[in-house]
Design a protein around this ligand. Sequence first.
Ligand code: SF4
Ligand code: SF4
Length: 426
Amino acid sequence: MAADVLVIGAGVAGMKASLLLASSGRRVHLIENSSVIGGRLIRCEDIFPAMECATCMVSPMQQDVLRNDLINVVTLADILSIEGSIGDFRVRIRKQASCVDPVACIGCAECWNACPVEINNEFEENLSKRKAISVPCAGALPNVPWIDREHCLRWNGDENCSLCAEACVFAAVDYTEVDSEFEITVSDIILSTGYQPSPGDMIDKFQWGICTGVFTASEFERYYSSNGPTSGELITKDGRKPESAAIIVHAFGTGSHSSINTMYSLKFLHYLNEKLPDIRPIVFLDAEYEPVALEDRNHQKWLAAEADVVLCTQIPEVHTVGDSNNLSITCTTAEGSFQAEADLLVLGTSMQPSSGTSKFIKLLGIECSNDGFAAKPEPGLSSVITSVPGIYAAGCSGGPLDIASSVTEAAAAVGRVLSDTNRGGN
Ligand code: SF4
Ligand code: SF4
């Protein structure tokens, strides 16, 4: 049998690559840092531009991955070292103990209902709370909780707490499980560690944290989602129904991939139109990138029909007006200055390399592009090749992509792995 393959990151590209490799008879180790598979897509309700149901697309794929005997899914995992070269990479992996037996657990929620510890839920952009034993959201797969030992009372001064174990009639909670390490040998590596949204520290200048109606793109995704903190109700963070709304498409600059970033931000206009049909939103668009946003005539018509579009020659400035619930948004345009008020503001994001992408670019010794993604030395020939033979970058690890292109790149990476095998690379 041909050698195993390592896929790092269980987002849509990593899952697709794993399934294709398995269908070719290759054994795959799919390594995921978090407790669930599905990547950023599982945080979304819909996929732009067709606004298809994200869960309907990703859930069957997650289940196929979890059921496939040739795919060894390792969640809560970290890669400690990678040595060797194409055909013989030796990879050392640490698996964090979940303290829950995935075979015995049925995901009934009794354990986290019993847990007294409440902490911010990072998966929900800290907009809701989670327990020290939890799954990130309803419908997460695998639907098996894990104990966060950083916050669990047993590891923080109250070793007698056993409320979750007492609540579990299936005896699935196991406090004695410890972290483990193991080594695998693989012929090739597919890096599918994805992106993370900006904005970092810059959100403060848009009154984020002061006005309860200011949302980052990631926050807004969760507020819109039916399994999110408000079950899909679009309200401000203090529970008010908005009366006016705006989107700043290039709030954090345009970056080098403005087309994807623009289209991603415009998805939020769909969200606003659907949930707040009485409001006509204002869309602040970078004038320089108007052709990108409006190159498709259907988008052009849709934008004009659904919103007031302001073409800015600078990133808009945002200030609070009166009480901190209202915002004044000002910018310059070719015709002069423009000002509008809104009590709900969505900040369009730009995609940056995820921490995993940055880490593995360094660990694997592959070259990176100016914007920090895995560099593609031969973009015209095959966009998945990196500077190191046997290591391929699929999906957003090589730069911002939409879902369809990420899936295409996953297939291209698998093609490369199989052709390495045929050439005797492993
Ligand atoms: S660990 Fe037990 S209580 Fe918790 S979800 Fe699993 S089966 Fe239910
Ligand atoms: S041991 Fe106690 S604090 Fe820790 S996860 Fe279980 S119920 Fe929560």
